[in-house]
Design a protein around this ligand. Structure first.
Ligand code: CU
Length: 151
């Protein structure tokens, strides 16, 4: 009996330690207004973050698709976005600058969604996210993921 209780306790502790200290899920809608429905997200350093990107547009994919791309600290969002224009075949993620993207969803059309999970940076600060569909970033389709202790 005691053995069994100990075994249950050990399994319980192992299961709990496998979970990240923090986890956050955020649903972000890409809108026809060329804005994300959520333009600021605050997370803990090293937090497990899940982003669900949703596109509810009635417009065709070639006219109104969206992605959600989180850039590394110090990345040049304008340069990344400009390079993305030439990366249509790679879901508008420029291969030669892929190391500047910490995480990204697929490029999705109306009626689609894509969910990604990544570990937030350990370094506190502001990280830009954007949509790299042509014209969207310059129209304002961006936001800030803030990494802050206590966020
Ligand atoms: Cu977009």
């Amino acid at each position: 009996m005691l053995n069994r209780i100990i075994r249950v306790l050990v399994v319980g502790v192992l299961a709990a330690s496998a979970l990240p200290a923090y986890a956050k899920t955020v649903t972000v809608e890409g809108q026809n207004s060329l804005r994300f429905s959520v333009e600021s997200i605050t997370v803990q350093p090293g937090e497990e973050v899940t982003i669900e990107l949703v596109n509810n547009t009635e417009m065709p994919p070639q006219a109104m698709s969206h992605n959600w791309v989180l850039l590394a600290a110090g990345a040049d969002a304008d340069a990344f976005n400009a390079a993305a224009l030439g990366a249509k075949d790679n879901d508008y993620i420029p291969s030669d600058m892929a190391d500047q993207a910490l995480a990204h969803t697929a490029m999705i059309g109306g009626g689609e969604s894509d969910t990604i999970t990544f570990t937030a940076p350990e370094t506190p600060g502001d990280y830009t996210y954007l949509c790299t569909f042509p014209g969207h970033f310059s129209a304002g389709m961006k936001g800030t993921l803030t990494v802050a202790s206590g966020g």
